[in-house]
Design a protein. Structure first.
Length: 161
């Protein structure tokens, strides 16, 4: 079992998505720019949607030293629905999911309250569990061993054991 834990830990620390996002954020920080500010730069018309080609073009024009594979990976991460456009919500969700958000996020619809990505994912998970006739609350309580209302990879692995 220790070998399995070590393998999972090594695999997660070498995650190419996480590596590409961290490199992206690091290079932006070197230019005194947050990831959110970069999106605003890309979306000068405030349409809350940019093409993946425009996103890559802006990375190049800003002088980010990313490999082509890293840029393609970033586009795949940010363009969740694979429609060749990155919406503001998709971008925010990805930043939040990887812990790279540097500015407070707000609801894209001004008539609604912003619901954090984690909360939306957990609600989706609970709804799915209820549809499949699982006792979702018990499952959640079983996963959330440390009681911090956030299920992490270690807690999920412990549950599977």
């Amino acid at each position: 079992m220790e070998e399995v834990k070590a393998t999972i830990k090594n695999e997660t620390s070498k995650d190419p998505d996480e590596a590409a996002l961290k490199e992206f954020a690091t290079q932006l920080k070197a230019r005194h720019m947050t990831p959110e500010a970069f999106y605003r730069l890309c979306d000068g018309a405030y349409k809350q949607s940019i093409s993946t080609n425009h996103f890559k073009k802006q990375m190049r024009s800003l002088g980010l030293k990313l490999q082509e594979t890293q840029m393609r990976r970033l586009c795949l991460i940010f363009d969740e629905d694979l429609e060749d456009s990155i919406t503001y919500q998709e971008y925010q969700d990805a930043l939040e999911a990887f812990g790279l958000n540097k500015e407070p996020h707000v609801a894209t619809d001004k008539n609604q309250k912003y619901v954090p990505f984690r909360t939306r994912v957990m609600k989706y998970f609970l709804d799915l569990m209820e549809k499949k006739d699982y006792d979702a609350r018990s499952l959640y309580a079983e996963c959330n061993k440390d009681g911090n209302d956030c299920i992490n990879l270690k807690e999920l692995i412990d549950l599977i054991k």
